[in-house]
Design a protein around this ligand. Structure first.
Ligand code: ASP
Length: 588
């Protein structure tokens, strides 16, 4: 008996096989396709989430596309020569069918099969309930459920306890723009929806929960992209009495369990690199390790250069687009090189130098005459460059040089997300602060302000804050940031120091986050945690480029829901009750 049997069906459509020949069965589903066969018969392909089965029925029955039917009949082998190898049920059909129409249906707005992949996304989202009937979407929805389940099992096997945290909370300093919810009882006051359960999970550690997890919905009012929605799901976790390796190991187990569930393959131990190394070698803090083209240091090569554009640069690096791996590079003409140069400028570089290695081991480039024979030899040696390779060089400050080349490396070399092996990497030792805010003159937090500074760098907190590393780490998969975490500050005095550095005075900290700081005076254990995005992980494991494909009801890139038309206007009366008056849009 099928575990999916009900009082209306004995089996799912896609479950039937040759071993069922001779059995009487009932299946329920939607009419995917009908073909007339001779004078009396018709073939119905009936679909449910498990697949499609062919049913031979009397052609007089009036059943149209997407009608909901129940078919009862006997499983039989398809006649010689008519089996369909491409279909899991292709050896059999259901014969002698009695057809019951459970419901009629209007013609669907788009074909309920792979042809809908090319339909405008707004139309698919407007009729998402039909879109999800399709095999691809069923696969994604179910893959996601299996990933969630594998994560839960892995967390529970490590004694993590699931705790739910509130949705209505005060505004917190986590960095993203928040969604606010007006209070009816306290007009003029607002709740914020959680950017993440960060504060709650830290309080749960003070509360002695020891290991918390939650598959949590988080909300951030930020511009949407292929890998970002207003609301998204994270595996959120926190652990007490740990150091960084404990957290990485625990989260690594959950991620690898999810990956194994999705792909059937074991994940090799996840390697670690420091943030600085990631920037030096890949130019980004979320490196895609599936391909080479690493950044190569050239500053010393040009230490005594005559070439003006390089002479005063703090950092000079390059990447090699090698002719063997990127044969299309051989055809790059001036137009393409100008476009790459423009892109480099758009990314913040003052310029880009390209050098093509010739068969004589010289460099072909408009600036070749400024580069000495010795420099040429050193460049070629350092890249291990061969004839036909193209070298792209940026000379600027360290950050610009890394970031521009990192982006060009991705532009030129990055394979589609589903191609090649899955390459996970922990990026550790992120900076505690990133840059100085021009308006306030204060450092900006690298992640959120609860990350513990690296103990070896405490001495620089006052003198050189940008040099301070944090005990903060990201997990990256194929160039996508899956999630972040850190060892937290558990000493209230240290937390105040970090707040002060960010320009939050003790008074302000007490006023805004007293509810968070106060508990830390009652015995906070050392703790740390992590959160990773389930939408992103599922999308990558499903081979989808866009997280919307693995979310049942996503918003469009402009933040709208074409099905419900949210966001919508509300009644004046509802606004009045909340003490809200809507201003006309600001004129520019
Ligand atoms: N709350 C953080 C985030 O959502 C993750 C963490 O630090 O645990 O990015």
């Amino acid at each position: 008996m099928s575990p999916s049997a009900t009082s209306l069906r004995t089996h799912l459509c896609g479950e039937l096989r040759a071993e069922h020949v001779g059995t009487s069965v009932s299946v329920c589903g939607w009419l995917a396709r009908r073909r007339e066969h001779g004078e009396h018969l018709a073939f119905f392909d009936v679909r449910d989430h498990s697949g499609v089965v062919q049913c031979v029925v009397d052609r007089t029955v009036d059943v149209r596309s997407e009608y909901v039917v129940r078919i009862t009949g006997e499983v039989r082998r398809r006649p010689e020569g008519t089996t369909n190898e491409g279909l899991s049920t292709g050896e059999i059909e259901i014969g002698e069918c009695v057809v019951e129409v459970l419901n009629v249906a209007d013609p669907p707005p788009f074909p309920v099969d792979s042809r809908a992949d090319d339909v405008d996304e707004n139309v698919r989202l407007r009729h998402r309930y039909i879109d999800i009937r399709r095999e691809r979407m069923q696969r994604n929805v179910r893959l996601r459920a299996r990933i969630n389940s594998a994560i839960r099992r892995a967390m529970e096997a490590q004694n993590f306890v699931e705790v739910e945290t509130p949705f209505l909370m005060p505004s917190t300093p986590e960095g993203a723009r928040e969604f606010l919810v007006p209070s009816r009882k306290e007009p003029g006051s607002f709740y914020a929806l959680p950017q993440s359960p960060q504060l709650w999970k830290q309080l749960l550690m003070v509360a002695g929960v020891d290991r918390y997890y939650q598959i949590a919905r988080c909300l951030r009012d930020e511009d949407l992209r292929a890998d970002r929605q207003y609301e998204f799901m994270q595996l959120d976790a926190e652990m007490s009495f740990v150091t960084q390796p404990d957290v990485l190991a625990a989260i690594g187990r959950a991620v690898t369990a999810a990956a194994k569930e999705a792909t059937g393959q074991d994940v090799p131990p996840i390697q670690q690199i420091t943030w600085r190394e990631a920037m030096e070698r890949f130019g980004v803090d979320k490196p895609d390790l599936r391909f080479g083209m690493e950044l190569v240091e050239l500053t010393d090569v040009f230490a005594k250069t005559e070439f003006k554009a390089f002479a005063s640069a703090a950092a000079i690096k390059g990447i090699r687009v090698d002719a063997a791996t990127y044969p299309e590079q051989a055809a790059w003409g001036r137009g393409r090189l100008d476009a790459i140069t423009d892109r480099a400028k758009q990314l913040g570089a003052k310029g880009l130098v390209w050098l093509k290695v010739t068969a004589e081991s010289t460099l072909d480039s408009p600036v070749a005459k400024f580069i000495s024979a010795d420099e040429t030899a050193q460049i070629i040696a350092r890249f291990g460059a061969l004839a036909g390779d193209m070298i792209l060089i940026v000379a600027d400050d360290w950050t610009t040089t890394c970031e521009v080349l990192g982006q060009l490396r991705n532009d030129i070399g990055r394979p589609p997300v589903h191609e090649g092996p899955y390459r996970y990497v922990w990026v550790v030792e992120f900076p505690l602060f990133v840059g100085i805010d021009a308006a306030t003159g204060r450092p900006r937090p690298g992640h959120h302000p609860f990350c513990h500074p690296h103990p070896d760098d405490l001495e620089y907190l006052d003198t050189d804050p940008l040099r301070v590393r944090a005990l903060a780490y990201d997990l990256v998969l194929n160039g996508w940031e899956l999630g972040s975490g850190s060892i937290r500050i558990h000493d209230p005095a240290m937390q105040r120091t970090v707040f002060n550095k960010l320009g939050i005075s003790d008074d302000e900290a007490d006023r805004r986050f007293g509810f968070f700081l106060q508990p830390f005076r009652y015995g906070a254990p050392p703790h740390g945690g992590f959160a990773f995005g389930i939408d992103r992980l599922t999308a990558i494991l499903a081979g989808e480029e866009n997280i919307r494909e693995v979310i049942a009801f996503p918003k469009t890139q402009s933040g709208l829901d074409p099905m419900t038309n949210a966001p919508t206007k509300v009644d004046e009366a509802q606004l009045a009750e909340l003490g809200i008056r809507v201003l006309p849009p600001a004129t520019k």
